[in-house]
Write a protein that binds this ligand. Structure first.
Ligand code: NAG
Ligand code: NAG
Ligand code: NAG
Ligand code: NAG
Ligand code: NAG
Length: 540
């Protein structure tokens, strides 16, 4: 494969795209109603028009990046292009003599125009793209136009889903050509939580999860790094914290954490680090027992001890050097203050301060928020913080809903941004929740005012780690996370009201994941269930 940074006038390219589009529009059956039929793209794009022809992709496909605006100096797009080729080519043996093919049906290059010179992955970065694969006019090129390199990467993913290797002709075919696709996400936050405290996940497993997220256009990896069970992350400021790891090998050095963030960023995926406090933090005290109220009463973290906040400051200082996403997640959920009120030195402090348990909980959360703000972060907190002391929270807080009905509606009415992860629909560890429930979960349920809808940043499916590790995480995540991914990507009016309409297309995507080496489970049965009987992947 060859790569050229063609310096071609933007106008020239746009003219070509325009001419191509014009011809295509005249030819194509733009199937407006029921246009889903026969399409196999997941998640469904905003608008698709296509024909019935077949084009052929040269296996030495070239990449031409218009270097005037975006030069791809960091190679983010080139790397994406190589991954795209690798996926398409697999281990197939190709027909190299293509002189028997009609040469006007052969796509020999992808021509890419990216408008923004910056490849900084900011929150809310423009992810839109236009992909056109003309049949007449200029059939030797496919065109991608995007505002940012991250939109262009999505275009490659979509393109890969309309290509097929033909085992008799031994070439890659683009079926249902010509194509014109315009696309952009409905929500800017489309997350997946992984939990490395309940079980350690080795770095290659996390990288594979990140790869699989790109196939479904998910864009935030919420890394619930530590919890009461284990503290696997190195914190240079407080080097005994990772004494709380399960073992000396079940640990992430800062360099490995940085590598995970880098790997994700180059694929358009933000990493949201979570440091959950003051509850869910027993493991912190393995290295520093004074963080516990007492040896017999270990959580929440000792609110009366200045050292607790010094440690939080050290953690946020260290992680802010690596986790560059605008937000940090400070947890704040499931806090039971009985250890504070029952431990003499803590309860004395509470009396001195004139605080009861709940007020001390608020004091803790707000103090942790201040520390995070001082490192330039905005904050995500689990919903209990809003339910307990809503208006006292920093206005920079995003409320992460998981537990009670009605919280999202109340939080947006109070002017807070929200992330939706209601446990009855979007908890992947509930293996009894089927893909249909994941699909049907609407983040804007019961929210009517446009300015309140706009406060819902998106949603996230949660892969809590009590019963998953490297052996079963992929099949517990997929394909159900993909059902949520379409809900979060595709415009509301294009999402199927009746999930049976999308079963076949999701089954197709599940098989595509399998073909790409992702252990996605069958659609039939509960989450991560094994296939029931012999048969085609597409029927399981
Ligand atoms: C390539 O295919 C054409 C048409 O099928 C045939 O005439 C030609 O001999 C082939 N060339 C080689 C090198 O196999
Ligand atoms: C090649 O394909 C084009 C576009 O479909 C068609 O117009 C042309 O007749 C074909 N040429 C041959 C030799 O089949
Ligand atoms: C694969 O190519 C052969 C030969 O060109 C063609 O007859 C067949 O229809 C193609 N298969 C599919 C599934 O399109
Ligand atoms: C902790 O519990 C043990 C056994 O129940 C008891 O002997 C000890 O006094 C307790 N220590 C504290 C500090 O409460
Ligand atoms: C809090 O913890 C104490 C001691 O473990 C327990 O007795 C109590 O039921 C807990 N409260 C709640 C609300 O879970």
């Amino acid at each position: 494969m060859r790569i050229e940074n063609a310096v071609m006038g933007r106008k020239g390219i746009l003219q070509k795209i325009f001419l191509g589009s014009l011809v295509v529009h005249l030819l194509v059956i733009a199937v407006a109603a029921g246009y889903n039929k026969g399409l196999k793209i997941w998640p469904m794009p905003v608008s698709v028009s296509h024909g019935r022809g077949t084009l052929y992709l040269r296996n030495d496909l070239e990449l031409r990046i218009d270097g005037r605006m975006y030069s791809d100096a960091s190679g983010i797009f080139k790397d994406g292009f190589f991954r795209f080729l690798e996926i398409l080519k697999g281990d197939h043996v190709f027909q190299t003599n293509i002189s028997s093919f009609n040469s006007s049906l052969i796509i020999k290059a992808i021509h890419v125009v990216i408008v923004s010179p910056s490849d900084e992955l900011q929150h809310g970065v423009d992810e839109s793209y236009k992909l056109s694969v003309p049949m007449l006019g200029d059939p030797s090129y496919a065109y991608i136009e995007a505002k940012t390199v991250y939109g262009a990467l999505h275009a490659l993913e979509t393109f890969s889903q309309v290509c097929y290797f033909n085992h008799s002709s031994r070439v890659i075919e683009i079926r249902q050509a010509p194509w014109i696709i315009f696309d952009e996400p409905r929500f800017s936050y489309r997350g997946l939580l992984i939990d490395t405290s309940r079980h350690f996940l080795p770095v290659p497993v996390i990288k594979k999860v990140i790869d699989s997220m790109t196939f479904a256009k998910l864009n935030v990896l919420h890394w619930h790094i530590v919890d009461e069970e284990s503290f696997p992350l190195e914190i240079p400021s407080y080097p005994k914290l990772w004494n709380g790891a399960y073992s000396s090998s079940e640990r992430y050095s800062m360099a490995q954490a940085a590598e995970i963030v880098r790997y994700a960023q180059r694929r358009g995926i933000h990493v949201l680090a979570e440091i959950d406090a003051p509850g869910h933090a027993k493991s912190w005290g393995i290295g520093y027992p004074s963080l516990w109220p007492s040896i017999n009463c270990t959580q929440p973290l000792d609110v009366s001890n200045d050292f607790t906040f010094k440690v939080i400051d050290g953690i946020l200082s260290d992680i802010s050097k690596i986790f560059k996403y605008r937000f940090v997640h400070l947890g704040g959920d499931e806090v039971n203050t009985s250890c504070w009120t029952s431990t003499p030195h803590v309860s004395n402090w509470l009396k001195e301060q004139g605080l009861n348990g709940d007020e001390a909980y608020r004091y803790f959360v707000l103090k942790a928020q201040e520390i995070a703000l001082s490192y330039g972060y905005k904050i995500v907190n689990w919903e209990e913080t809003f339910v307990n002391f809503g208006s006292k929270l920093s206005r920079e807080t995003v409320i992460h809903h998981w537990l009670r009905g009605g919280v999202v509606q109340q939080a947006v009415a109070a002017g807070f941004q929200c992330i939706v992860s209601n446990q009855e629909s979007w908890y992947l560890d509930n293996v009894g929740t089927t893909w249909k429930t994941f699909y049907a979960n609407e983040p804007l349920f019961n929210i009517r005012k446009p300015q309140q809808k706009a406060l819902v940043m998106g949603g996230e499916v949660c892969m809590w780690g009590e019963r998953v590790d490297g052996s079963d995480i992929e099949q517990t995540i997929w394909p159900r996370a993909a059902a949520a991914a379409e809900r979060l990507w595709t415009p509301y009016d294009k999402v199927a009201k009746d999930t049976t309409e999308v079963t076949e297309r999701l089954a197709h995507f599940r098989c595509l994941l399998n073909q790409r080496g992702v252990a996605a489970a069958p659609l039939t049965g509960w989450g991560r269930a094994a296939p029931m009987e012999p048969g085609s992947c597409y029927k399981q």
